[in-house]
Design a protein around this ligand. Structure first.
Ligand code: NAP
Length: 482
């Protein structure tokens, strides 16, 4: 029987064993409101024990070669691939996203494991030229220690793995705390890790209240690093909490990506790019385009084509064939989106399509919504909407586009559509964001660094930087070598 069909609460993976330490947490399908399963939980004392077990496991894990750890990571990837359909189903059921997009998430997860399996062999140091006769200097890199990884619900598998895979590759034991809305795919990930026979305690799964697990991860000195993906609000709180322990942090926080279309853009490419960046994952993506700026010469043509395509997107249960837009994660998220739409309309924006739940769908659903002539100071232009709502605004010249795009506390991603290569370089270099897509609506990839500037975060995931995040640099100085 597959794990997902179990009638009893799913167990947590703690110190190499499956355990049921605390009361189950129910998991709900956001499409139907049905309870689809439950997972056991751990409290603060259980978290403390898991940290102690991880610390014991560290000796063994850091003693392996990078190649040996890489072999384990390849085995985990093989296990995920074998159960790819079941894992994608779990993601779609608990998060609501269309099944095809959940399968895409599983594919990217595999790629991340495979990338870091190879990177495990490459935690290079340096030989540094000496200034004094006889001295020799080395900078070596060593695993930082026990890692607490806190993940969000919007890409519940792949964003957890952006932490788990490099931490394991670097030689660090990891405690994964998934979002309470989406723990099922984390249990399946834990099963793949268990089947790959990692030493006990190297990977553990902590499901439960953030108020129980979070403070123990933050305050326990044996947990050396926190890697967090989630809202800027919670990120700020964790940064404050880290001060007493001077705890190492990586923070992947909120975004408010501008999507800039110049008059010289290829209209079809720009429309396709705006559709993908805005409506993929039902708009619940940290790199979703939140503000679409189109230059005056292309503005109305862009709106006509974009609205036509947005209206054709099928909204429904993520498990139904052909669905493009699933439900929002919960009713509160749908209410926020409706407030943003109402505020924009009240401040003079034109509602060109959407703005309501499709007939027959529940309150968590929202049609693809396009707003035009949206004033710069309305909610959807300043706060993350995290929904299929596309505010569009007109601009006149390049300087204005850059100034308005950068006028936000966020700096995660930005998109530029132009066929002028000189303009593409100028604008890409001027935008304040960690990732710039030039005529590219899907810029993230395992090999390249991902992360935010300004209030969008600290540090980078993926690429070679993804492994760096779990390594400390140590200088070794040799004197009197003759
Ligand atoms: P969230 O509310 O900040 O929660 C994220 C994770 O933090 C969850 O596991 C949550 O646990 C946990 N958490 C909440 N409060 C905590 C606390 N006080 N101490 C320790 N852990 C705590 O964010 P979300 O709503 O899940 O995710 C959406 C946000 O994430 C958006 O702002 C989005 O832009 C951002 N995001 C950023 C990136 C990126 O790479 N930069 C990627 C995806 C999403 P519970 O679920 O148990 O509350």
């Amino acid at each position: 029987m597959s794990t997902l069909n179990s009638n009893s609460p799913l167990a947590l993976y703690l110190n190499g064993e499956w355990k049921n330490p605390g009361p189950p947490l129910e998991v709900t399908n956001p499409s139907t409101g049905e309870v689809i399963g439950s997972v056991s939980t751990v409290d603060r004392a259980g978290t403390r024990q898991a940290i102690a077990d991880a610390e014991s496991a560290w000796e063994v894990w850091k003693g392996l070669t990078g190649k040996e750890r890489g072999t384990y990571l390849h085995a985990i990837a093989a296990g995920i691939e074998k159960r790819g359909d079941e894992i994608a189903r779990a993601i779609s059921l608990e998060n609501g996203k269309p099944l095809a997009q959940a399968k895409g998430e599983v594919g990217m997860t595999l790629d991340h494991f495979q990338w870091f399996a190879e990177e495990a062999k490459r935690s290079y140091g340096r030989v540094v030229p000496n200034q004094l006769d006889g001295k020799r200097h080395l900078a070596i890199r060593q695993p930082i220690g026990v890692v607490g990884a806190i993940a969000p619900w919007n890409f519940p598998l792949v964003l957890a793995v952006r932490k788990v895979a490099p931490a394991l590759a670097a030689g660090c034991p990891v405690l994964l705390k998934p979002a309470s809305a989406t723990p099922l795919c984390a249990v399946l990930l834990a099963e793949a890790i268990h089947e790959a026979n990692l030493p006990k305690g190297v990977f553990q799964l902590l499901v439960g209240s953030a108020r129980e697990i979070g403070p123990e991860l933050m305050e326990n000195p044996a947990c050396r690093k926190i890697t967090f993906t989630g809202s800027t609000e919670v990120g700020r709180e964790l940064i404050r909490q880290s001060a007493d322990q001077v705890k190492e942090l990586s923070m992947e926080l909120g975004g408010h990506a501008p999507f800039i279309i110049f008059d010289d853009a290829d209209l079809d490419k720009a429309v396709e790019g705006a559709l993908i960046t805005k409506f993929r994952n039902t708009g619940q993506s940290c790199i979703a385009s939140n503000r679409i700026y189109a230059q005056r010469g292309i503005y109305e043509r862009f709106l006509d084509a974009f609205v036509e395509k947005a209206q054709a997107l099928k909204v429904g249960d993520g498990m139904e064939d052909g669905v493009d837009i699933g439900p929002l994660i919960d009713e509160a998220a749908a209410d926020t989106a409706r407030q943003h739409i109402d505020a924009a309309v009240q401040s003079g924006a034109r509602l060109l399509c959407g703005g309501k739940s499709p007939e027959g769908c529940g309150p968590n659903f929202l049609e693809a919504t396009v707003l035009a002539d949206v004033p710069e100071d309305t909610l959807c232009m300043t706060e993350e909407t995290f929904a299929p709502v596309a505010p569009v605004s007109v601009f006149d010249d390049e300087d204005e586009a850059i100034r308005r795009a950068n006028a936000t506390e966020y700096g995660l991603a930005a998109y530029v559509f132009t066929e002028n290569v000189n303009r593409a370089w100028r604008v890409a270099e001027a935008l304040e964001a960690g990732t710039i897509g030039v005529n590219d609506s899907v810029p993230s990839t395992s090999q390249c660094p991902f992360g935010g500037m300004k209030h969008s975060g600290l540090g980078r995931e993926l690429g070679t930087e993804g492994l760096d995040a779990f390594l400390e640099t140590k200088h070794i100085s040799f004197a009197q070598i003759s």
